[in-house]
Design a protein around this ligand. Structure first.
Ligand SMILES: Cc1ncc(C[n+]2csc(CCOP(=O)(O)OP(=O)(O)O)c2C)c(N)n1
Ligand SMILES: [Mg+2]
Length: 581
């Protein structure tokens, strides 16, 4: 009997009523399927290799990556896109640690994710006797995620997974760790009792209705505004309350500013979108209503130069009560799930809700038009080597023509400039580095977006960012996913022009090999590689890739001098307190 048939037969046994016994392997599979978790992102190895095979044989889609961190980023973004926990599966110690970065990232970004790792024998780990890949994984994971559980008995698999699912998706979503010691997989138990031990989670993320008094207070503050602003965060995108959010924004007539991953909730081309007038609206507004957005570093903590001198009142809508007053005073906290809160606000707005003063909305729109007009000619340049604007002008049109496609984006200049230049037209179509500004999320996100939705993906990657996850182009080719990766090759981190000020033969710390042929990497795996040196060549190559759906990597050669240090956040670099001589 071949191994493949053994696995298939074992899988069949999971659903065969006449079998008397089952085991941990099958019970985990049954528990996942019962709860609609039918995709796993991971890397095989002891003790989960057979588990992966059996899961695949039982109809779960198991995507094998080249590194767990990328599988983890895929699971994290799958959670964002689907509101179900994305599942990442790893081996013990090193595999677990590789996945843990992504779990912490999911928690920071409030994405529901479950990291399931096999672990070594408890008796040996706890006595520190040096088991294969020994590590007290549960203890390591606990401070980095929302919840962490270990299942020791197969009879507890059902309840363990139920707890993990609830922890991941209820309230403010986050990452959950589930530790499965090797011995658990092989434990045998009566099939009937096993079936009864499974738990189908009912109403995993219950609605959290805001207090009517909080809703009224928020509306009173909003009504009093002379220069109101709405900020949409990725929590608003996650909520999938797209129609309600659109209604609230349009009924209120208030200019809105989308945070990066909230772009497209309403199209960036919407008449109320203040994306191109960001500094004006942050400075001059007097009432700011935040919907699923936090006043963290990305919004300069709600104070300082960015926010100007005009006194501000904040209304904040968030599911997490502790978010209120995190950085500045919140005049009107509204605690509840975004969908329920926004619906309650709409209901509380009378039929003749006053629009904001026209003087304000006109000033915002004038600023926006001015900035858009200033940018327009730069986006049409056909320079070679390309600058960021010439290349991004092309990609902007590609997405305009294909609003259903995903835009994945990471890098420094490549990120900051693409965020401003490429308009997004539909909710949850822009996926990027998130709260941490982490490099390396790109390929995992591209893979998950394609796997979860079947839609085409354009991944716009700085050459450094791509280096953190580039080996996954093999994964993209192996699963034949409709992903077009464009590497913005400026030969370095921020720029490719630095020189070693020590004068030695080592290159500077921020520069890479000149003239690197990233396009040849994908050719090694049967994908399409293209070298693009002009905006016209880039346009042709991207359009062909997006229309064919063939895995493609385009090496877009960018002027090494075009970028700026740290993109738009150079101000965060520490400066010596010593005066420069
Ligand atoms: C995991 C991680 N390591 C390091 C960094 C620091 N970092 C910020 S941006 C960046 C790379 C920027 O270069 P590139 O992706 O080539 O974009 P460019 O500015 O050149 O367009 C790095 C290494 C980070 N954000 N995340
Ligand atoms: Mg670069």
């Amino acid at each position: 009997m071949t191994q493949a048939t053994t696995v298939k037969e074992q899988a069949r046994a999971t659903t065969d009523e006449t079998q008397e016994l089952t085991d941990g392997f099958h019970l985990i599979i049954d528990a996942l399927k019962l709860n609609g978790l039918t995709t796993i992102y991971g890397v095989p190895g002891i003790p989960i290799t057979d588990f992966g095979r059996m899961a695949q044989a039982a109809g779960i889609r198991v995507l094998s990556f080249r590194h767990e961190q990328n599988a983890g980023y895929a699971a994290a973004i799958a959670g964002f896109l689907t509101k179900k926990p994305g599942v990442c599966l790893t081996v013990s110690a090193p595999g677990f640690l590789n996945g843990l970065t992504a779990l912490a990232h999911a928690t920071t970004n409030c994405f529901p994710m479950i990291l399931i790792s096999g672990s070594s024998e408890r008796e040996i780990v706890d006595l520190q006797q040096g088991d294969y890949e020994e590590m007290d994984q549960l203890a390591v994971a606990r401070p980095l995620c929302k919840a962490a559980f270990r299942v020791l008995h197969a009879a507890d698999i059902g309840i363990g997974l139920a707890r993990a699912i609830r922890a991941a998706v209820s309230g403010r979503p986050g990452g959950v760790y589930v530790d499965l010691p090797a011995k658990l997989f092989g434990q045998v138990l009566n099939a009937d009792a096993a079936r009864r031990s499974l738990v189908k989670v009912v109403d995993a993320a219950p609605a959290q209705i805001p207090a009517p008094s909080a809703v009224k207070r928020a509306l009173d503050v909003l009504k009093s505004a002379k220069r109101p602003l709405i900020i949409l965060g990725k929590g608003a995108a996650y909520a999938q309350a797209d129609d309600a959010i659109k209604t609230l924004v349009e009924k209120s007539g208030v200019p809105f500013l989308p945070m990066s991953m909230a772009k497209g909730l309403l199209p960036d081309t919407h008449p109320q979108c203040a994306g191109a007038a960001r500094s004006t609206v942050l400075k001059d507004s007097d009432v700011v209503m935040m919907i699923g957005a936090r006043l963290n570093w990305l919004l300069s903590h709600g104070k300082g130069k960015t926010w100007g001198d005009a006194p501000k009142k904040f209304i904040q809508i968030d599911i997490e009560p502790k978010e209120m007053d995190s950085n500045v005073e919140i005049a009107a906290p509204v605690v509840g799930d975004i969908g329920s809160c926004v619906t309650a606000l709409i209901e509380g707005m009378s039929g003749n809700w006053p629009l904001p003063p026209a003087e304000w909305t006109r000033a915002v729109m004038a600023k926006r038009e001015e900035n858009v007009a200033k940018m327009a000619p730069r986006l049409m340049n056909n320079n070679s080597p390309m600058d960021y604007h010439g290349a991004l002008g092309v990609l902007r049109t590609v997405i305009k023509d294909r609003p259903e496609a995903f835009l994945v984006n990471e890098g420094a200049n490549t990120l900051d400039l693409a965020r401003g230049i490429i308009d997004i037209y539909r909710p949850r179509k822009r996926l990027d580095v998130g709260t941490w500004g982490v490099m390396g999320v790109g390929m995992g996100q591209a893979i998950a977006a394609a796997v979860e939705t079947g839609k085409p993906v354009l991944a716009v990657e700085g050459d450094s960012a791509f280096g953190f996850c580039g080996m996954e182009v093999e994964t993209i080719c192996r699963y034949n996913l409709p992903v077009c990766v464009v590497v913005f090759n400026n030969g370095g981190i921020y720029r490719g022009t630095d020189v070693n000020s020590g004068g030695g033969s080592d290159p500077a710390t921020t520069v890479f090999i000149k003239g690197a042929r990233y396009d040849r990497i994908i050719e090694a795996f049967g994908g399409v590689g293209v070298l693009a040196e002009t905006p016209d060549a880039l346009r042709r190559a991207v359009e062909a890739a997006m229309d064919s759906g063939k895995p493609t990597l385009i090496n877009a050669v960018i002027d090494p001098a075009a970028g700026s240090e740290s993109g738009r956040i150079g101000n965060l670099n520490p400066q010596s307190a010593l005066r420069k001589k």
